[in-house]
Design a protein around this ligand. Structure first.
Ligand code: ATP
Ligand code: MG
Length: 290
């Protein structure tokens, strides 16, 4: 555990351009200290994936990412036999150029993220991203991996982690995860950042953004989140938008530049329409009036 305190961890993360709130940094600190996986849930674009990348950078660890999707199976998550290579080997054996065909040795294994993380010699952050998209059977399989940190390849035997990878799981909560998986993990919900933090993050992530523009854009987005939208904008949208406005040479918000660029912030046509019609001028005025 390389950090003596939560503050120390926070400054290491800031060095990786990541500004967590206190709740998140506490969760990260505890999961490192207790050597427990951390499950991060939250709306889209609040910084779940980036948290894992930032902690890997801060720790100087290698990031191994398993992107989950419907139908993800062991062959894509753990290992698969390299049939092409096995065939070549069989042919070579028939021609007598190589010895007896030992077809199920480690050299014929294609290592996928989970096996790679278990076999790694160096410190590793294993990011299991969007676990809620994987099927429940895969989740059950993962449960075993996370309890024992070992994987059995029938032809080779059991492979145990040389050192435990630090594991972060993320979920957008498209479905509820099983209690058994949650029990194995520390849990943290990442919400939208406070206005002050969001301004800091925009300044950090958007080179050259005018101070005033960063503040107004963050305030505007914070107001949008209070409306009844289909998809309230996340931090990712604020950053994209501030980038777009900066690229256009914008110094401050006005109705014209906001309506020209609002598509970076609101991704649903209905949301765009409702904000344009009703509220735009009022929202701009109040974002500027802070
Ligand atoms: N605390 C933070 N400090 C600095 N940048 C952040 C922070 N949180 C998020 N970001 C930035 O916001 C953007 C979105 O973050 P990220 O991709 O991690 O979101 P996510 O929660 O994984 O979203 P999704 O559910 O869509 O995958 C990234 O560009 C990231 O750099
Ligand atoms: Mg993500």
């Amino acid at each position: 555990m390389p950090y003596a305190s939560i503050d120390e961890l926070e400054s290491a993360l800031a060095g990786a351009s990541y500004l967590p709130d206190r709740g998140l940094s506490t969760a990260l600190y505890l999961s490192l200290k207790l050597e427990k996986p951390l499950l991060l849930e939250g709306e889209a674009g609040v910084g779940k994936t980036e948290a894992a990348k930032a902690i890997a950078t801060a720790l100087g660890a290698r990031l191994i990412r398993l992107q989950c999707y419907e139908g993800l199976d062991v062959a894509h998550a753990v290992y698969e036999w390299n049939y092409a290579r096995q065939l070549l080997h069989i042919r070579a054996a028939q021609e007598g150029t190589v010895d007896e065909a030992e077809l199920f040795g480690p050299e014929f294994l294609i290592r996928r993220p989970l096996l790679e993380a278990l076999e790694a010699e160096e410190p590793v952050v294993l990011l299991i991203d969007e676990i809620d998209r994987a099927d429940e059977e895969f989740e059950a399989f993962l449960l075993e991996v996370l309890s024992d940190f070992q994987i059995t390849v029938p032809e080779l035997g059991t492979i145990s982690a040389k050192q435990r990878p630090y594991v972060i799981l993320t979920s957008n909560r498209t479905r509820e995860l099983h209690d058994a998986l949650k029990r194995r993990c520390l849990f943290h919900w990442i919400g939208h950042p406070s206005l002050e933090r969001e301004i800091e993050i925009v300044k950090l992530r958007v080179p050259g953004v005018p101070e005033r523009l960063a503040a107004e854009a963050a305030a505007f987005v914070a107001e949008l989140r209070l409306l009844d939208l289909q998809k309230p904008p996340g931090l990712a949208e604020t950053i994209d938008w501030a980038r777009a406005l900066t690229a256009l040479g914008t110094q401050e918000l006005d109705v014209e530049n906001v309506s020209a660029t609002l598509g970076s912030v609101l991704k649903y046509h209905e949301d765009l329409l409702s904000v344009r019609d009703e509220a735009l001028a009022g929202l701009v005025a109040s974002a500027r009036g802070r």
